[in-house]
Design a protein around this ligand. Structure first.
Ligand code: ASP
Ligand code: MG
Length: 408
């Protein structure tokens, strides 16, 4: 059996922690499994490298930024391998490229095109644990390309898919996936399992534990992903399993509540309603690489409509620059920009088949005096945008209203 284990930056953040990880990996390998390990850069290394780059050049060239950032994961993979060898566990460190990870050439947010596993399999055949530098791959030109911040989760799941691993294990600094962020609601429970679709929604809506792209890959290739603490005793059965099928919980169909603080909104008011306005607005944003999240257009009244959309805060400045002149061109009466909002989302596949969730959500918020600025839904999610000052309270109110503190 092949298993892929991924250790995040905190878990490999010091010599002592690297040694801990090595012990854990070695004991797994001693069980006779083929183990591939994917590591992040130690601690805050990636941030430090980026700061260094910006100190030299406020707009560092993308290719060299990727080359620089890729070194962080190489350091931790080399050191972990040394620790394994020291323990008598045969191991080899590979860069993303050496492990056969091929990407496109979009520096800073490259996508994995494919993984050629021959080298990893050869090392397995030699009885080696393979330690792969996460977050990176090789572009068609042979350059280092990184996958975007938090990308080593994606490396791990992609490698798991390519190796047909039985499971990908993400070891991190929290015990698993919770009913909501326990720093906000101390009554939050660690879930035993969660459906991939639910996790995908949660990750996209701000549950920071796992990168959404990694969850998506797991869903696509049907690979179970275990999220567990790197501190917990190995084999203690802790952690949360993300998988396609989850036993339906008839009593409680809301699985988790996510809070996303990374929201900024743009509202165009009284836009003359004619075909093409949406494409005129969202075309240029897409061309600028800005991903638009929620879009709400009102039913028009007197041929005038209001249109609101949200973007991530990091894209806010650019979105303003692009949408201000466009709003004028489209004949909008005015355009409003807000960045004091957060998104509170209720997520659960069970909500598809049960009515009343939206009503309970809106009632609970209104009873707490929390105003809803905007509502959006998917089949398994209801999201309210509320003022940032009320975000955490909204989470607590809903956690109690849906009794997520009670084990089911
Ligand atoms: N080291 C990279 C980052 O900090 C990738 C990762 O940790 O997943 O974003
Ligand atoms: Mg991470």
């Amino acid at each position: 059996m092949t298993v892929v284990q991924k250790f995040g930056g905190t878990s490999v953040g010091s010599v002592e922690r690297l040694r801990n990880v090595a012990r854990r990996v070695a004991s797994r390998a001693a069980d006779g499994e083929q183990v591939a390990v994917v590591v992040s850069a130690m601690g805050k290394t990636t941030d430090d490298l980026l700061n260094l780059a910006r100190e030299i050049n406020p707009r560092p060239p993308r290719r060299e930024t990727d080359l620089l950032m890729a070194t962080g994961e190489m350091v931790s993979s080399a050191l972990l391998t040394m620790a394994l060898v020291e323990l008598g566990c045969p191991a080899v460190a590979l860069t993303g490229a050496q492990a056969g990870v091929f990407t496109d050439a979009t520096f800073g947010r490259a996508r994995i095109r494919g993984i050629d596993t021959w080298r990893v399999e050869e090392e397995f055949a030699e009885g080696h644990v393979v330690v792969v530098a996460g977050f990176q791959g090789q572009s068609p030109q042979g350059d280092y390309a990184t996958l975007g911040r938090g990308g080593s989760d994606t490396s791990a799941v992609a490698l798991g898919a390519a190796l047909r691993a039985s499971q990908v294990e993400i070891y991190t600094d929290v015990p698993g996936i919770y009913t909501t962020d326990p720093r906000i609601e101390p009554q939050a429970r660690c879930l035993q399992d969660i459906a991939s679709e639910e996790m995908l929604e949660a990750a996209a809506q701000g549950a920071g534990v796992m990168h959404p792209r990694a969850v998506e890959l797991g869903l696509l290739y049907d690979i179970p992903i275990l999220v567990a603490s790197s501190q917990a005793e190995f084999g203690s059965g802790g952690g949360t399993l993300i998988r396609r099928e989850v036993q339906m919980e008839p009593e409680n169909r809301v699985r988790t509540i996510a809070l996303d603080r990374d929201v900024a909104s743009v509202t165009l008011r009284h836009v003359p309603d004619r075909p093409g306005i949406a494409s005129q607005l969202f075309g240029p944003l897409a061309d600028a690489g800005i991903s638009v999240d929620t879009i709400v257009q009102n039913a028009s009244e007197l041929q005038l409509t209001d249109l609101t959309f949200t973007v991530s805060q990091s894209d806010w400045e650019e979105t303003r620059e692009i949408s201000r002149p466009l709003a004028e061109e489209l004949g909008a009466a005015d355009v409003l920009f807000k960045h004091d909002l957060v998104k509170v989302s209720l997520i659960g596949t069970g909500m598809q088949s049960g009515p009343g969730y939206a009503a309970t959500m809106f009632r609970s918020l209104s009873e707490a005096g929390i105003n809803i600025e905007l509502i959006t839904t998917s089949e398994i999610r209801i999201t309210c945008l509320v003022n940032a000052a009320h975000g955490e309270e909204a989470v607590r109110v809903l956690h109690a209203a849906f009794r997520l503190d009670e084990a089911v």
